[in-house]
Ligand binder design. Structure first.
Ligand SMILES: [Zn+2]
Length: 388
């Protein structure tokens, strides 16, 4: 009954699908689907109902599972904080948490943290964990299923992987943590780069088929790419690693093994550039707030950052002809300063046809872009890390 299991799994991560949609998603004939749904209806495992008023674009009678709505959890890190949410498949938020959560953990610590976080989400939402269908980890680094963080070469650190400078960044990515998490939690786990999830979230929310999403954090910049409605991960999960573009061939070594990476101009270096003018300690959030309030210095810093990124994005636009570049909506008003400079660089350096086609926008979803992206990803039938 493999087809029935696939059908039940697909229904479990939807709020209802028509028989035609189910047949298409699973690659089955309408007659076969009709037989499968008929059996499940007879056993009371599913019901058929008209779509709710919000079901725009999904006409027809929908098949859905009986029983309580299924839920999924998303965990993501930002700086030294961990955000976690429990949502239903209609996009409703059941519980959310925000607290201290360092990302520089080893895998044993990660497993314990994720299990504790999930237990707390279920307690807050007063939900039975048995109704949670899966967990999505928004990974704050490039991620390759079966590997963890992609290696810079076949033999790099093969003898002593613990000495890699990459593991000081996030030791739990020295191998793929998904199998151990699935064993511990007893549910499917998907690990996906956080900027990729946010890119898919904004693409879904804004109805865009192809875009690049800039995720700006206090320490670095990430980029997610969506092409033809799907995340583009590249050959080993390194696609969109904007922070590792070479900004200075003579610059300092980066933990990725490259030299003079753009990352070196961000985080502490960016704050060092601002601090002398204010002669006090200053945070990245201070820079955003001051820029949004009209302070010329921080505006200039963010504008220059946009010009630098925009130079690389200009070539990206010429080569891939995306519909949009979306700047992290969680930056608030300061995001518009970055977006304007990116636009300026693209106008100056892209082929005019590509520049004319691309919109430069601020994200609509703010810090919920990853959760929307996780939902969109769960609804897609195949993901490289999904085993079921
Ligand atoms: Zn680098």
């Amino acid at each position: 009954m493999e087809a029935e299991q696939r059908l039940l799994a697909l229904l479990g991560r939807s709020v209802g699908l028509t028989r035609a949609q189910l047949a298409r998603e699973l690659g089955l004939s309408k007659a076969t689907m009709s037989g499968l749904v008929g059996d499940l209806l007879a056993r009371g495992a599913v019901i058929e109902a008209e779509p709710s008023a919000g079901g725009v674009g999904r006409p027809g009678t929908m098949v859905r599972l009986t029983g309580p709505d299924r839920a999924f959890a998303v965990l993501r890190w930002s700086g030294h904080h961990l955000w976690s949410t429990l949502s239903d498949f209609g996009g409703g938020m059941l519980a959310r948490q925000f607290g201290e959560g360092p990302v520089d953990l080893d895998q044993t610590e990660l497993l314990a943290d994720v299990a504790a976080e999930l237990a707390e989400l279920h307690r807050l939402a007063d939900r039975d964990p048995a109704h949670t269908l899966g967990v999505v980890l928004a990974v704050p680094a490039p991620f390759q299923p079966g590997v963890g963080m992609p290696r810079p070469g076949p033999s790099a650190w093969a003898a002593k992987p613990e000495e890699s400078p990459m593991w000081a960044h996030a030791g739990w990515l020295s191998t793929d943590p998904v199998p151990a998490l699935e064993d511990l939690l007893g549910v499917p786990v998907i690990a996906e780069n956080d900027a990729n999830l946010a890119a898919l979230g904004e693409a879904t929310a804004q109805g865009l088929d192809s875009l690049a999403y800039l995720k700006v954090t206090p320490n670095t910049i990430g980029m997610g790419i969506v092409l033809s409605g799907r995340i583009h991960r590249g050959a080993n999960g390194f696609a969109g690693e904007l922070a590792h573009l070479q900004a200075d061939p003579q610059g300092p070594l980066c933990y990725c093994g490259g030299r003079g990476c753009l990352r070196g101009l961000l985080g502490p270096a960016l704050l060092d550039a601002v601090r002398p003018a204010y002669q006090r300690d200053i945070t990245f959030q201070d820079v955003l707030t001051l820029a949004a309030a009209g302070e010329p210095g921080p505006r200039r810093i963010l504008g220059d950052l946009g010009l630098t990124i925009g130079r690389a994005l200009a070539d990206f636009c010429t080569l891939l002809n995306p519909a949009a570049i979306v700047v992290d909506g969680s930056l608030g008003a300061a995001g518009e300063i970055v977006a304007r400079s990116v636009r300026e660089s693209i106008n100056r350096h892209s082929a005019p046809q590509a520049a004319a086609a691309v919109k430069v926008l601020c994200g609509e979803l703010g810090d919920s872009a990853e959760v929307t992206g996780a939902l969109a990803l769960l609804r897609q039938p195949q993901h490289p890390s999904r085993t079921s």
